[in-house]
Every structure is written in C-alpha cells, then in structure tokens.
Ligand binder design. Structure first.
Ligand SMILES: NC(=O)c1ccc[n+]([C@@H]2O[C@H](COP(=O)([O-])OP(=O)(O)OC[C@H]3O[C@@H](n4cnc5c(N)ncnc54)[C@H](O)[C@@H]3O)[C@@H](O)[C@H]2O)c1
Length: 344
C-alpha cells in the first residue's frame, strides 16, 4: 500500500494549529505518510495588504488566524479546494461548520475513492426533525469513511505545545491508529474510542454549555453557579446523545477529553464563553461581538443552540432540555439573561 497523502481542509485558528502537528508528524512517521507536502486549503483573503496564502507559504505562519506560531515548511497553502485534495488519501476537515455544505458541494465525486477522512468540526446538521453529526454527513456525501476528533483543545495552547489531550472517535481501529499517528505528540495525547457520534456530539453540544457559562460570567454569579451550569450542561449533553443516537458510549462523557474536559476548558476560557459574557455586559449583538472580538474567527455555540432548538421543537422534546432551551431563547429571542437559571 502507498503512503498516505494528507490534505487539510480549513485554515483558521484550529486548522492552522493542527497543520503544525500534522506537518511535523508526517516527517516523524514517513513510513506511513508522504512527508513531502501537507496541502492546506485556505479561503483566500487579504491580510495586511498581502494574500493569506502568500503569507503562509513565504513566512510559514498564518498571521491572521494563528499569529506567532511557525508552521513546518511542508505545510503548503492552496486557495483552490480541488487542487488541495488532488491525490489525497487522508482528508482532515477543520473549518467553521457554516462553510462545510458549500465545501462538500465542490468535493462530491472529486475525492480519491480510497481516501479516509476525519472531521474536527464542531456542530450538528439539522433538518427539521432530522439530526446528523458531520462525520456521517461527510461520509455519506463523499463516500469515504469518516472519523471524528474532539477534545479540550484551545488551539493556541495546542499550537504552543502545552500539555493537552484529545479524543478520536474512529470508524475502524486501524483508521483510528493512523489518525493518532498524524496528530499525537509528546504534549498532545490522542485517546481512541469506537464512538464517532458521541465524540462529535460532545464537541457540538458543549459549545451551548459554554455560552451559558459566559452568561453566568456576565451576570457575575460566581463559581458555584458556573460549576452547576457545567454539571447540568454535561447531563443534558449525555441525555441528548443517548436519546437520539443509539450506541453512544458512556465513557465518552466522563473518561474522554471530548466529554467533561472539553466542557470545562470551554467554560473557563473558550471563545463562546468570552463572547457570551460580553453579550451580557456590553449591550451589543452577537454579530457585532463576533466581528469585534474574534478577528475573523467564528462563534459556534449560539448557532448550535439554534440548530438543536429547531430539532427538539420538531421532536416535541424541548422541555427535557431546559438549559439548551434557555441559551437559545436568550441568544435569539431576547429572553432576559437573568432568566437563565430559572427552572433548572
Ligand atoms: N479554535 C479552536 O480553539 C478550536 C478548537 C477545537 C475545535 N475547533 C473547531 O474547529 C472548527 C474550525 O475552527 P477554526 O478555529 O479553525 O476556524 P476559525 O473560527 O478560526 O474560522 C475562520 C476560518 O473560516 C474561514 N472562512 C471565512 N469565511 C469563509 C467562507 N465564506 N468560506 C469558507 N471559509 C471561510 C477563514 O478563512 C478561516 O480559515 C470549528 O468547528 C471549531 O469549533 C476550534
């Protein structure tokens, strides 16, 4: 069998951090991977008067989304999506979920038949009473086996080599081990579990909990309240997964980085929590705050809250998930934030 050719689809904050790990690891494991080049798809834009692809390929740094972190020279930025995935056998999807649909429209029928994929995207696909994790969406649309990676991973901390853990929910153990080789380092420990849905859903739903935690910060309710929100949030995540997805594993919630650890890190310092706090203290809309505070990065939690609301409403199950429902109503329907804890 030939060596795996990696392509990274997405080059934001997390995409760039993961490109650093992958670029180094293909060299370390060059018995498994082609180490000559790791193409990364860049949604082309100008930054400080230069094209972002040119900045990445010349300075070996994504100055807009991951400044001050050097990328390995084999990470090559490409503005054309189809050129990025040409010949690739290991596709890494890592972009804000709002852009996945368009990307799959372009890729359908164009990727290598023997390719495998992994998604690092946090969110869910909802169509009325139907819900899908993105690993299934990618697998169905592209006809390739797709695993999922998620965990307590603030991109800048991973990129600067601070000790972290993550979880891969694999389709087959062999694929899980291949992805582990691509991402694991001495300070980035990759756990493997046979639970694609559980890992994916934890990553999506914890962003709703992180928004609630930010509301608590904005209200200045303190640490007891925040811990309570994390506990209630984790339980709603678990009930949701077990109610709507069969075969989700119990261990994913408490024993894996994708579960409780990601809830904690997101509620302590993630972007959803920071922006939700500013929403309470600032009198500005989420749109304005995203532009002001995130420098082109995207908010996920409020959109996932809306998707989950649409789904639960269609299933007539809103009452079973009061925290998710409150986050939706505060974020989108003008419910006063002080109502967050009422009835929890
Ligand atoms: N940043 C983190 O710490 C982190 C950690 C773990 C998981 N994640 C998840 O990884 C995924 C990607 O996040 P990120 O932090 O890499 O991205 P990001 O939030 O930094 O997003 C910006 C990216 O979106 C791209 N973009 C902007 N407009 C676009 C368009 N119209 N079409 C296509 N692309 C466009 C930009 O070029 C840039 O690459 C998300 O689902 C996120 O929740 C992020």
């Amino acid at each position: 069998m030939g060596k795996e050719k990696v392509a990274i689809i997405g080059s934001g904050n997390w995409g760039s951090a993961i490109a650093k790990l992958a670029g180094n690891n293909v060299k370390k494991h060059n018995d498994v991977f082609d180490d000559s080049k790791v193409p990364i798809w860049v949604f082309e834009e100008e930054y400080e008067g230069r094209k972002l692809t040119e900045i990445i390929n010349t300075d070996h740094e994504n100055k807009k989304y991951l400044p001050d972190v050097k990328l390995p020279e084999n990470v090559v930025a490409i503005p054309d999506l189809l050129e990025t995935v040409k010949d690739a056998t290991a596709l890494v999807f890592v972009m804000p979920h709002q852009f996945l649909g368009k990307c799959l429209d372009q890729l359908e029928g164009k990727v290598n038949k023997d390719a495998k994929a992994i998604t690092l995207i946090k969110g869910v696909g909802v169509d009325g009473a139907d819900i899908h994790v993105f690993a299934d969406v990618i697998q169905d649309r592209l006809g390739v086996s797709c695993s999922a990676l998620s965990g307590a991973n603030i991109a800048n901390e991973v990129a600067t080599d601070r000790f972290s853990e993550t979880t891969i929910g694999y389709r087959t153990e062999e694929e899980g081990k291949m992805w582990q080789k691509l991402f694991q380092t001495a300070n980035f420990k990759v756990q493997l579990i046979d639970d694609v849905a559980g890992v994916s859903l934890c990553g999506a739903l914890k962003n709703i909990v992180a928004v609630a935690a930010g509301f608590i910060d904005g209200l200045e309710y303190g640490n007891n309240s925040k811990a309570a929100i994390m506990r209630i949030g984790l339980l709603e995540m678990k009930h949701f997964c077990q109610e709507f997805f069969k075969d989700v594993k119990e261990e994913s919630f408490l024993q894996e980085s994708a579960g409780v650890a990601d809830v904690i890190t997101s509620c302590l310092g993630g972007r959803n929590t920071r922006v939700a706090k500013a929403f309470v203290t600032g009198n500005k809309s989420f749109d304005e705050l995203e532009k002001e505070m995130l420098n082109g990065q995207k908010l996920q939690g409020i959109h996932t809250a809306k998707d989950v609301h649409v789904f639960l409403k269609a299933r007539d199950r809103l009452g079973a998930y009061p925290l998710f429902d409150k986050v939706y109503h505060i974020s989108w329907e003008g419910l006063p934030v002080a109502k967050l804890t009422e009835g929890l």
